[in-house]
Design a protein around this ligand. Structure first.
Ligand SMILES: C[S@@+](CC[C@H](N)C(=O)[O-])C[C@H]1O[C@@H](n2cnc3c(N)ncnc32)[C@H](O)[C@@H]1O
Length: 260
């Protein structure tokens, strides 16, 4: 299951790349972290620089729990060694580890842009391996985003399996909801084809976006809000409140989008 190091992506990581998912985590996973006996969080596959675990720790400590402990896990030992100067124990540490989470029992795992390197057929096992190691009430957020973090999508899972899919966009740069399809998590990225729920969802989003073109002069937030409202009115079980929609988020229960 673990990817050979020879195909691991090399490069840098843009600061704030995961800002959108982190802000969503604060809202959607904050209660689980607050209720945890041990506020342990794993950032799995943090990449070429430790910037994303540093940011995650800062955001969670400021907005959820000051005593949060973030452990950055990487399969690549070179990246573990490179990250160590950024450690700030006990709140932020780095170690080698994969989907088995190095024997830790975190209440929250964030795994962003990791499973995209794997085959679709490997996703279910990877999800199960991670969720089986969560602390009671624990959550996994697994997804992808573009380089600058303007477009993203992630699945929220617990020990019972996937719960929701969230699409997220920086609305001031969103050309069309269709661009989000390129950023779907591995479990769904090949499912934007006729006959699949994802395809129907993107058709509904595109229809709503075009119908809301007249609201564009009032700003992209207003156009997106009208788009999401139209999708909901057409029968999609869109979750959350207009406040979250205005921020560019769209969350649906997993059964509404799951592969057929
Ligand atoms: C594209 S980088 C993502 C970096 C960061 N999470 C982000 O979103 O910007 C993917 C990272 O996942 C790591 N990786 C791949 N498979 C892994 C596994 N099974 N466990 C831990 N890390 C893994 C790779 O070494 C690589 O550093």
């Amino acid at each position: 299951m673990e990817r050979p190091l020879g195909v691991v992506t090399r490069g840098t990581t843009n600061p704030n790349r995961l800002r959108r998912v982190d802000h969503w985590i604060v809202t959607a996973c904050g209660d689980a972290l607050r209720a945890a006996a041990d506020p342990l969080v794993v950032d799995l596959g943090y990449g070429a620089s430790p910037v994303t675990p540093v940011e995650l720790r800062t955001r969670l400590a400021a907005r959820v729990r000051a005593d949060v402990r973030v452990v950055g896990l990487e399969i690549d030992p070179v990246r573990v060694a490179a990250a160590r100067p950024a450690a700030d124990p006990p709140g932020l540490t780095f170690a080698r580890g994969g989907f088995e989470l190095a024997g830790l029992r975190p209440v929250l795992v964030r795994a962003c842009n990791v499973l995209r390197q794997y085959d679709e057929g490997e996703v279910a096992d990877a999800w199960h391996t991670m969720t089986a190691r969560l602390a009671p009430g624990g959550l996994l957020v697994e997804g992808t985003c573009d380089e600058l973090g303007r477009l993203g999508a992630w699945v929220l899972l617990d020990a019972a399996g996937p719960r929701t899919l969230t699409l997220a966009a920086k609305l001031t740069t969103l050309e069309s909801p269709a661009t989000l399809a390129e950023r779907l998590p591995k479990a769904l990225i090949h499912r934007n084809v006729p006959g699949e729920r994802m395809h129907e969802l993107f058709a509904a989003l595109e229809h709503g976006w075009r119908a809301a073109a007249g609201y564009a002069p009032f700003g992209p937030r207003e156009r997106w809000l009208r788009t999401v409202s139209a999708v909901k009115e057409s029968g999609w079980p869109v979750q959350g409140r207009p406040r979250a929609w205005r921020q560019g988020y769209l969350t649906l229960p997993w059964p509404a989008v799951a592969p057929t």
